[in-house]
Ligand binder design. Structure first.
Ligand code: TMP
Ligand code: ASP
Length: 237
């Protein structure tokens, strides 16, 4: 599939057009940002790892009946995906307390959350991705009522599937963010599923294996991304 013009450049990925208007190429960069882009850096080989990890996970989710934008992995850093009209709502699921939940509500980190917590955030960097609810989504028409119901049901299924997937690989799925988009009348899971957008802790030791190592300068960032890659894909990069 030939890569044509750049359509969009985000913080961690670039989207390129192809000859087929229904398909685009998602290119994974090594660039890493945190705190709404205030902290900037590079995680060596992150793009390669996130492409492979996302590929493996999208394939797994498709096998389990979740419709995603994934078509095929083209090379180390590029994935062919269906073009989406992105729904500007980030869908977050939390199985264990961490991150903004602890800050916002004074909850102790690592508390098990039963039932899991589901939150919506507006995908808007200048506004710092504020937390929103279904009422905001409906009034401002970011998604229809039917789509919101779908995001909640699909997200919950993805949470159960990913929890099982990571647990079998010695990883605790703490929380994660999903993005969805519209494609030919269907809502598909988009973006990526990788240590950038998931909190992943070692099941035995509780050690952090995700982007929190970069966000909070915990060190061994590349090593932990490589470890996740090996556990998810079963080989070295
Ligand atoms: P939070 O605790 O900062 O709200 O993050 C919840 C989950 O969502 C965590 O796994 C990281 C992910 N996330 C992103 O992927 N992108 C973002 O911009 C933010 C704020 C969180
Ligand atoms: N990706 C977001 C940013 O760059 C936030 C984060 O992942 O911490 O600001």
């Amino acid at each position: 599939m030939k890569r044509l013009e750049k359509l969009y450049e985000g913080k961690a990925k670039i989207i390129y057009a192809t000859e087929d208007p229904d398909l685009v190429i998602q290119y994974f960069k090594d660039d890493a940002t945190a705190n709404d882009g205030i902290k900037k850096g590079t995680i060596v080989d992150k793009g390669v790892i996130n492409n492979q990890v996302s590929t493996r996970i999208f394939q797994y989710l498709e096998e389990k009946g979740v419709a995603t934008h994934y078509v095929e992995q083209l090379n180390d850093r590029e994935m062919l995906v269906k073009s989406l009209e992105i729904i500007p709502v980030e869908v977050v699921f939390r199985n264990v307390a961490a991150g903004s939940l602890c800050k916002r509500l004074g909850i102790e980190e690592a508390k098990h959350l039963d039932p899991p917590i589901q939150e919506f955030f507006l995908k808007d960097d200048p506004l710092h991705d504020p937390m929103i609810n279904e009422s905001h989504i409906k009034t401002f028409e970011w998604a229809t009522e039917k789509e919101v119901a779908f995001l909640k049901a699909s997200g919950s299924k993805v949470n159960q599937l990913l929890e099982e997937f990571f647990k079998a690989r010695g990883i605790r799925l703490v929380d994660f963010k999903l993005e969805y988009g519209r494609h030919k009348g269907e809502v598909l899971l988009g973006d990526e599923i990788s240590p950038d957008g998931c909190r992943l802790w070692d099941l035995e030791t509780g050690e952090k294996m995700d982007k929190d190592r970069f966000r909070f300068n915990l060190g061994s960032v590349e090593e932990k991304y490589q470890e996740v890659y090996k556990l998810v894909c079963g080989e070295g990069v």
